[in-house]
Ligand binder design. Structure first.
Ligand code: ZN
Length: 466
């Protein structure tokens, strides 16, 4: 691959993505035709067929779907009402992996539900129904995920859990209560306004709440969608770019993460126009059921255990393509040796690339990271984080939240980075051992994994519910 040839491919990729609306059109089909693509639904299978067809149409190689079985979750009606000091009913939704169950008890509010707030609450949550809100406060030293908040409530003896959305607007917020397996106590989401009303009631005396839910878990097949551009020079060195294509069942999941999935497909489409300029193998994967426990990526790692050594880098595009902020790269888990490498790629692209090194355990790079594979994400960096998901995980994660220009911008960035990575011999990162990968997480994060009941790795993929 001569530098002239790569430069010509680079220019064509920029021009092609800037003058095509293919990515946004695909996102519209994904959302309007296949709904949430929630694992185990007929629409999920239809979306898989559609994406396979598109990859083939774009000239990708080795296009196929890899089937595996998982615990599908089926939502049923749920109710929350206060029994005393006043009787009132509040609108609510079950959180994924809740199963048909009931609980009644006193309401205890733990605010943002950080480790510090749970520590302060101490034994007071035992035998009670715990409510936490969905904000991850910036005064706590790291992000605090919903799964951790629920894990702490259950570990402390709570008999039920209420997930109060932080952003106003009468929307309930969803999110898996456990990862790929049923949760032990009834777990529901309510709006900020409903939560505030319950808290106001506490001024009249202890509030007794009742939760009733009717959801089910049943085994169902799902598919990882895989497509390659085989390396023309070093086919055994591989760079993986993936994103989850599923959304939560209550919304089309346009931003989370339909947009990211379409960025993957657009980058693949643009690069497939220049197969002969690709030195190392580029693999593109669209993962199912990320929203309920990173199911696609965990199963991929388990099914491809003997190929993990080949992977130089695994990028997750969970959050790409949503906004106009500057795209950058986050290496999840101490890969500082890659900083200069990406900076020099940025220099070649005449664009400064922001590189971060933040541990995150909540997207599809994480199984790879635990296996010691260099992993991270491409996403838009912004300095104005609210500590909430915005429209994400609510019924309002709809097409109007994604701009076609942002999608195109992300796809261009990703394709240009991949074009360069596929043709350079100086990749600096070596795969770590699983022990080293765990040590990087450190005691605090391992404790969180334990609270979330997703540790050790071998227990991640739980047995199928009968
Ligand atoms: Zn996501």
């Amino acid at each position: 691959m001569t530098p002239e040839r790569i430069a010509a491919a680079d220019r064509d990729i920029i021009a092609e993505l800037a003058t095509s609306d293919e990515g946004y059109k695909n996102l519209v089909v994904l959302c309007d035709k296949f709904g949430s693509r929630f694992g185990g639904t007929p629409e999920d299978r239809q979306a898989v067929e559609y994406m396979l067809g598109k990859f083939k149409e774009y000239g990708l190689e080795n296009v196929h779907a890899e089937e595996f079985m998982h615990n599908a979750w089926v939502r049923g009606p749920a109710t929350v009402h206060t029994v005393s000091p006043e009787k009132a009913e509040f609108k609510c939704i079950s959180l994924p992996y809740n199963v048909a169950s009931s609980a009644e008890g006193e309401l205890v509010y733990v605010g943002h539900g950080t480790a510090w707030e749970y520590e302060a609450a101490g034994d007071s949550i035992k035998g009670k129904i715990v409510m936490a809100n969905a904000k991850s406060p910036n005064w706590f030293p790291r992000g605090v995920h919903r799964a951790e908040k629920i894990g702490r409530a259950i570990a402390g003896g709570a008999i039920g859990f209420i997930w109060m959305r932080w952003d106003a607007g009468l929307l309930e917020e969803t999110g898996a209560a456990r990862w790929l397996k049923p949760v032990e106590v009834p777990t529901v989401g309510i709006s900020r306004e409903a939560g505030e009303a319950m808290l106001r009631m506490q001024s009249k005396g202890p509030v007794r709440v009742r939760i009733d839910t009717t959801d089910k878990v049943r085994p169902a097949p799902v598919w990882n969608v895989v497509a390659d551009i085989k390396g023309r020079k070093n086919p055994d060195e591989m760079i993986i770019t993936g994103a989850h294509y599923d959304g939560h069942d209550i919304a089309p999941g346009a931003a989370d993460d339909g947009a990211g999935a379409m960025v993957v497909m657009e980058a693949a489409r643009a690069l497939a126009r220049h197969k002969d300029s690709i030195g190392k193998t580029l693999r593109f994967i669209l993962f199912p059921m990320e929203v309920i426990g990173l199911g696609g990526s965990f199963n991929y790692c388990a099914m491809h255990e003997n190929e993990l050594d080949k992977i130089e880098m695994m990028f997750t595009l969970d959050g790409a393509g949503r906004s106009f902020a500057q795209p950058g790269i986050n290496m999840a888990g101490r890969w500082s040796e890659c900083f200069n490498y990406f900076k020099s790629i940025g220099k070649d692209m005449k664009q400064s690339i922001q590189v971060a090194n933040n541990i995150s355990m909540y997207s599809d790079h994480f199984p790879f990271q635990l296996k010691g594979v260099p992993a991270g994400g491409v996403r838009e960096f912004s300095d104005t984080s609210t500590g909430t998901r915005g429209w994400g995980h609510s019924a309002a994660d709809t097409l109007d939240k994604v701009s076609s220009r942002a999608l195109e911008g992300s796809a261009t960035f990703v394709a240009r980075v991949l074009l360069r990575m596929a043709n350079r011999e100086d990749w600096p990162a070596k795969r770590k051992t699983e022990k080293e990968a765990q040590e990087i997480l450190g005691k605090d994060y391992l404790e969180v994994l334990d609270l979330e009941k997703r540790w050790p790795f071998s227990d991640w993929i739980p047995p199928l519910v009968k």
